[in-house]
Every structure is written in C-alpha cells, then in structure tokens.
Design a protein around this ligand. Structure first.
Ligand code: PEP
Ligand code: MN
Length: 334
C-alpha cells in the first residue's frame, strides 16, 4: 500500500500517522519527491482501514498496489540499481558476463578456464564449490578446497568470484567470496534469504525451478528486507512440459522484470537449455531482450566435466559467444 501525503503536512500529524502505521506492525519506506512525499507500507497492510486513512487531512491519496513486494519494486525506486562488485558492476548499462565451470575440479582447470574467460572479456568468474545434486551419489563439489582454488584463480586473473551457498552452515567459508549465489533449489529457503539479508555481500538469486516471477521477487524482497539491496536476479530456465531442452528459458521474464523491479537481471543459458550448442543463440537472445548480463558455464574439457558437461562450452566456443555479444552490445550502444 502507498500513502501520498499532502504538501506541507504538519510534522506532528505526520509523526502521528507514522505511529499509527507502525503500531500495526508495518514498516515505512519514505520517498521524498520534489512535490510529494510517498510512504511505502511494508508488511501485512490488510489490517489498515483504507477509508480511514484516506480521510485524514494530511493524506492526499491511498492506493493498494497489487504487488506484495515493496523494496524491490520499481514503483518505489525508479532508477536501475547498479550492483558494484570489486572493479566491475552489474546493471550499469554495460554488459556483465560471469563465466566458468559448473564445479571447481582442480587448480589447473579453474586457473586455465579463468584465464581464458578473462581474455575473452568475462567480468567475473563462477565455479561451484558446494554443488546441489539431484543424486546423493554424484560429485558434490570440492567444498572448502573449491573456494580456496577460486581464490587462487582470482589472484591469477583479478576476476571477482561467484559461488553457490547450499547451506547456511557453510557461511563462514564465504568471507572472501565476492558474490554468493543462491541456487534455484534454495530460492525459497527463507531462513537462508533472511540471513543473507543481514550481510553486505552481493547475492545472485537464481529463479526457482518452478517459481513465478512474483515468487522470485518475493524471495528478493526477503533479502532486501534484511537490509541487503545488493541483489542480482538470474533467470536459469523453468520447468515446463517441454523435454527437448533441460528447462525452458523464459526470455520474456527479462522485459517483465525490467518493468517490475529496479534490480539487474542476468540470464543463464547453460542451465536453461542444457546443451552447449544452444548457449550461443540464447546468449544473443538475452542481449536483445535487455538483460544486464549472462552467466555461462565454460569448461576446458567439457567431455570430462564432473558436472553439467553437456551444457558447458569450451573456451574457444566462449570466444565466439563473446564476439557475438560484443557486436550486439555495440550495435545497441552499450
Ligand atoms: C549452477 O549454477 O551450477 C546451478 C546449480 O544452478 P541452478 O541452481 O540454476 O540449477
Ligand atoms: Mn551447473
């Protein structure tokens, strides 16, 4: 719900209104515009009587807005959020590319891939140290050692590192990680989201396997509600009846999100399609759809990858994708 105050409303009455709203357990996000002061009410506003609020002489209008998310809503924050990570940024109008293997496997692998993706123009390095796997018998990552190796690769290339947190019990190992990835399977792990809201690291929030855009934005709201606004959304495909691809890339979510939220949006064509041959066309689609960046799985030997080899492109293929991406970005003046 938003409440628009009349101009020159006496401060004492404004304070009383704040007290009334807060007494209902609601938080207030105040936006002072040039003309109007707009209060965004955060929490369960259904206990507030709209008619009564409307009648207050300091109130010019009250509107229920349909979206239950406020902090990540573009209505309250019209400018695009720019998320700065070390020496780079996401959402600043340039195109960000996060690239690297599904999982960190060896020092040689991660350093080689890091150097190649950096040379091709990637802005961050990804690599899973803790892997959420459907089978308990599959490779589940090098864990703490994987994070150490990512830090080695960062030292060698200067690329900030992105890696997934699968359980809050591992959080102490993530102190030197630049971007914490919340994977599709944890998108609605609300305790994890709340906890990540209390830190100041950038959170890469992937879309849940079967989550609607609104559910996804509500998860981002959990993080923002804790005080952390450093959030990047990542579309990674959703479950549909289609079996020709691993998931279905919901490319239209990009322009939809651009309308609904100020947070940057990137696309992961690797998990979205499941096939390396589809990564290049879908990367181009992401640029044209208005995404702020991409997250691509790159492996120096995809045929030997311990995880997601079929969807991993080689460094040479990544070079070609980057050439396409740069050409498209240039033609769009980005
Ligand atoms: C990943 O990025 O390697 C991953 C496991 O992604 P998702 O959570 O989207 O399946
Ligand atoms: Mn993967």
């Amino acid at each position: 719900m938003i409440v628009i105050l009349k101009q020159n409303a006496p401060q004492q009455k404004v304070d009383e209104l704040y007290e009334l709203i807060r007494s209902k357990g609601l938080d207030i996000h105040t936006v002072e515009g040039e003309q109007d002061t707009v209060l965004g009410l955060i929490g369960d506003t259904f206990q507030l009587d709209i008619e009564r609020l409307n009648q207050l002489d300091i109130v010019s209008a009250v509107r229920r807005i349909s979206e239950p998310y406020k902090l990540v809503n573009r209505k309250f924050h019209n400018e695009n959020s720019v998320i700065t990570v070390e020496n780079t940024a996401v959402g600043d109008g340039k195109f960000a590319v996060i690239a690297g293997p599904c999982s960190v496997e060896t020092e040689e692998q991660i350093i080689e891939v890091a150097k190649r993706v950096k040379a091709a123009g990637a802005t961050m390095l990804r690599g899973g140290a803790f892997k959420p796997r459907t089978s308990p018998y599959a490779f589940r990552g090098l864990k703490a050692e994987g994070i150490e190796l990512l830090l080695e690769a960062k030292k060698a290339t200067g690329l900030p590192i992105v890696t997934e947190l699968t359980s809050l019990s591992h959080i102490d190992l993530f102190n030197d990680v630049d971007v914490i990835q919340v994977g599709a399977r944890n998108m609605q792990n609300f305790d994890m989201l709340l906890e990540l809201g209390k830190c100041d690291k950038t959170i890469l929030l992937k879309r849940g396997l079967s989550s609607t855009i609104q559910e996804w934005l509500m998860s981002a709201e959990y993080i923002a509600a804790g005080g952390n606004n450093n959030i990047i959304l990542c579309e990674r495909g959703i479950r549909t009846y289609e079996t020709a691809t691993r998931n279905t890339l919901d490319i239209s979510c990009v322009p939809v999100l651009k309308e609904k939220t100020h947070l940057p949006v990137i696309v992961d064509p690797s998990h979205a399609t499941g096939y390396s041959s589809l990564v290049r066309p879908m990367s181009k689609a992401a640029v044209v759809a208005g995404a702020d960046g991409l997250m691509i799985e790159v492996h120096n030997h995809p045929e030997k990858a311990l995880c997601d080899g079929a969807q991993s492109v080689t460094p040479d293929q990544f070079d070609e994708i980057m050439a396409d991406v740069k050409r498209l970005c240039q033609s769009e003046g980005r």
